[in-house]
Design a protein around this ligand. Structure first.
Ligand SMILES: [Zn+2]
Length: 294
């Protein structure tokens, strides 16, 4: 007899196969991800029950107040105390989700990753086109002379890191509250979104600006959501999977291309070659006709 568990498993399998098919059919995929992508690497998110904003900050200030531009300027000591403890994870490694997305990029299907995360894990997994909307802990600069510093420099300094060239305060290139996002990043994200034929949204509850507004640039219905909890877009999306993003992506993005995919790529190449020859012939014919007339 079919049990509830069987039905649940059946529904899950069905959804995963649907996602697989969608990925198969698409040629220009964009992934939009949030903190949930990195929780499986041991990095806490901000807003969930165990999230950074709900943890004890260890300071007399609330965590949510510490990560603001004015706080950074007024209390750099306290900012860095919190920042180094709660926002930097130099030992974290890419998980199944990061690795699967890097594979999908290598297969030529994934054109961009737009992430709200600052942990550098997509790059560490091998992804090339990653748009870090909120910056990265790996990029730091002197507020006075602009010199760049890596994460080690920040972590190894005691308290506030100062520039070894001019003595200025070093600031992480991470977007704090009250700060604007970099225009060129937002532009690049919108450009990628407008071109995509499939948008996969993962590990984000879609409450953070600007990710929440990005969906308006998608003019087709091919939106897939993979998130443990529900989002406001669940009903609008073509497919919604409430599950571990690492498990889902690892399952639907094969480690190697299947025979079917290799064959499909060959057929496509043949087709393109035929089309090219046809158009060359047409052009030659037109030229010949034009010559005859003159
Ligand atoms: Zn400097």
């Amino acid at each position: 007899m079919e049990t509830r568990q069987d039905r649940y498993e059946g529904a899950r399998e069905n959804k995963l196969n649907q996602l697989k098919e969608l990925i198969d059919k698409s040629e220009n995929i964009v992934f939009l991800g949030g903190a949930g992508v990195s929780t499986e690497s041991g990095i806490p998110d901000f807003r969930s029950g165990e999230g950074i904003f709900n943890q004890e900050s260890g300071l007399k200030y609330r965590a949510v107040d510490v990560v603001s531009h004015s706080f950074f300027l007024e209390h750099p000591e306290e900012f860095y105390d919190f920042y180094k403890r709660k926002l930097c994870y130099p030992g974290a490694l890419p998980n199944k989700a990061h690795k699967a997305l890097a594979r999908l990029e290598r297969q030529g299907k994934l054109k961009a990753i737009i992430t709200q995360n600052i942990d550098n894990l997509h790059q560490l997994a091998g992804s090339k086109n990653t748009i870090e909307l909120h910056g990265s802990v790996c990029k730091n600069f002197c507020m006075q002379c602009g010199k760049h510093f890596d994460l080690n420099y920040v972590l190894q300094s005691s308290g506030v890191p100062y520039c070894d060239r001019c003595g200025g305060v070093v600031k992480p290139n991470v977007t704090l509250y009250e700060e604007n996002l970099e225009h060129d990043k937002v532009d690049a994200a919108i450009k990628a979104l407008k071109k995509c034929d499939l948008l996969i949204i993962g590990g984000t509850s879609l409450t953070v600006y600007p990710a929440a507004t990005f969906v308006q640039f998608i003019k087709h219905g091919n939106i897939v959501i993979i998130n443990k909890s529900s989002t406001y877009l669940d009903l609008q999306a073509k497919l919604t999977i409430h599950d571990s993003i690492g498990e889902v992506l690892d399952f639907v993005i094969p480690k190697r291309r299947t025979k079917k995919q290799i064959e499909a790529a060959k057929q496509l190449k043949k087709k393109e070659e035929k089309a090219r020859i046809r158009s060359e012939k047409r052009l030659a014919k037109k030229e010949a006709e034009a010559k005859e007339k003159t």
